[in-house]
Design a protein around this ligand. Structure first.
Ligand code: HEC
Ligand code: HEC
Length: 200
């Protein structure tokens, strides 16, 4: 009995006090790495050629999600030739650093949130993970608030056609009615949140 109890205590201690597995990002190093990235991501209205949609906003995006996305391009679960090329040049530490930097940008706006009068009842099911105002409650899940409408729509289509290998969101996207895809993209794009950060 005594052994079981101490094993349980040890387990609880491990759960609550284990240091985070990922290293802390160095924001100053991340800023230098981000300079190239913002050559695309920091230009208002900059577009992907085909299919045509705006390059996603990264300012204020969740660090954990940025890391997962970058590793996805690097390791093959996300396909986009330009981003695959960009991500392949980054080490694990580079990814942690650049994500840490990007997550700090526009942080005040992203924390505040706001609906700018937009509403769509079916967005309520998304709130469980993406937050009440489209601002994610988990660092590993993306903030949707303020992202470009056409980018959100393209992402949803990628989950639906299986070209983005995330099982959680693939399952969610399969439940959305066809006619609601564009309405959800419109709604989340109208909320206060992410920003297009200019290179300094
Ligand atoms: C030549 C232009 C260009 C450059 C340079 C570039 N990106 Fe991208 N990035 C894109 C495009 C286009 C997409 C959308 C790709 C897609 O649809 O999967 C993208 C997508 C992303 C995403 C996914 C965002 C999301 O919400 O899903 C992340 C993260 C990202 N880029 C980070 C970076 C980082 C970090 C760098 C620098 C190391 C960088 N990008 C450099 C064009 C660029
Ligand atoms: C159970 C949690 C959960 C729910 C509910 C959920 N999502 Fe997601 N969503 C995720 C996760 C996790 C990701 C990141 C997946 C990845 O790494 O590609 C994601 C990614 C996304 C993306 C991609 C964002 C980007 O920057 O490319 C969009 C768009 C999205 N979700 C929209 C929605 C919408 C709209 C709803 C409601 C109809 C919804 N999600 C419901 C967990 C969820």
């Amino acid at each position: 009995m005594k052994i079981v109890a101490s094993a349980a205590t040890l387990l609880i201690a491990t759960l609550f006090f284990a240091p985070p597995a990922a290293a802390e990002g160095d924001i100053e190093v991340g800023k230098k790495i981000a300079y190239t990235c913002l050559g695309c991501h920091g230009i208002d209205g900059y577009r992907n050629a085909y299919p045509s949609y705006r390059v996603p906003k990264l300012g204020g995006q969740k660090a954990g999600y940025l890391e997962i996305a970058l590793k996805g391009y690097r390791d093959g679960t996300r396909e986009h030739p330009t981003m695959v090329g960009q991500a392949k040049s980054l080490s694990d530490q580079d990814i942690v650093d650049v994500a840490a930097y990007l997550a700090t940008l526009g942080a005040e706006t992203v924390a505040a949130g706001g609906t700018e009068g937009a509403s769509f009842d079916k967005a309520a099911t998304c709130a469980a993970c993406h937050g009440a105002n489209g601002i994610s409650i988990n660092a590993a899940w993306p903030t949707l608030a303020g992202q470009h409408e056409d980018y959100l729509l393209n992402s949803l289509k990628q989950y639906r056609d299986g070209t983005r290998g995330d099982p959680v969101m693939t399952a969610q996207a399969a439940l959305i009615a066809e006619e609601d895809l564009a309405k959800l993209a419109f709604y989340f794009s109208r909320l206060d949140g992410l920003e297009t950060t200019k290179p300094e």
